[in-house]
Write a protein that binds this ligand. Sequence first.
Ligand code: NDP
Length: 291
Amino acid sequence: MEVIDGNRIAAALIAELKAEVAAITGRKPCIALVRVGDDPASVSYVKKKGQTAAEIGIESRILLPPAAIGQAALERLVESLNGDAGVDGILVQSPLPGGLDERAVFGRIAPEKDVDGFHPVNLGKVVQGDESGFSPCTPAGIMELLARSAVNLEGKHVVVLGRSLIVGRPAALLALQNRAGANATVTVCHSRTLDLPSLARQADVLIAAIGRPGFVTADLVKPGAVVIDVGINRVADPARKSGHRLVGDVDFPSVSPIASMITPVPGGVGPMTVAMLMRNTVKAFRLRRGG
Ligand code: NDP
């Protein structure tokens, strides 16, 4: 069994981007990071994104409107970033505080600056297999992890657990694409799926993205399968100073002995999400500059 080291693979991607950005003459790529309110998880995600941007040489502008900003003002803020020639990518950190319509906000971001890949135009391009847009970062990160771990999906049965717009659905679409490295046969499971375990057991590659700690136990996994754990779940752990720890959707102790490859949590898919955001930002910069 091989543990897929997301930290190492993300670091390699970040090093490549750093070299690419260093070679850019004149203005460097710039990402606007918008964090509404101060949800603790969002605080740490935006901080990490800003740090990674700095490491690569991407400029970041961090905007911190209060939770009470209101829908119209938030959409105006996004519009002003759309119109700012110095900004290449816009990320509005999800989840937004209650009362704000996330989908409407994402829909306001100019598609050519939508580096998170949630605008309908970019999701539509994923459906079409048009690579001129931006794929959502977590599913794109999964594809990159698999490619860099020499896992070819061609003809394989990929079973995705979860159908959210940000992970499960686009992950299924990317695996299904008619291109090298993809071309999988895909099954998507969700909370209404009848007999999910028997479908999961057919997977050559099992992608778990449901947000249920330890949901995928060994009896759901075919021996030799590749297991990608997208889940990030906080569970109580009195032994830790923080009082909690992060676990995935996969029960690592029971599944790792029978999987051929598996991603850990933390240190698997998570670091790839940030790296792909940076890659999308450099892509947005190049597309806007016409190169
Ligand atoms: P959502 O809650 O939006 O979606 C969860 C999906 O799982 C839904 O499709 C839901 O089905 C399905 N589901 C939930 N419970 C069950 C169940 N018991 N059996 C079968 N299906 C079930 O979650 P996200 O997609 O946003 O996130 C999933 C996980 O991935 C979370 O742990 C999240 O923290 C993590 N995550 C990690 C990222 C990373 O960078 N590594 C990035 C984004 C998310 P239905 O549609 O029927 O409700």
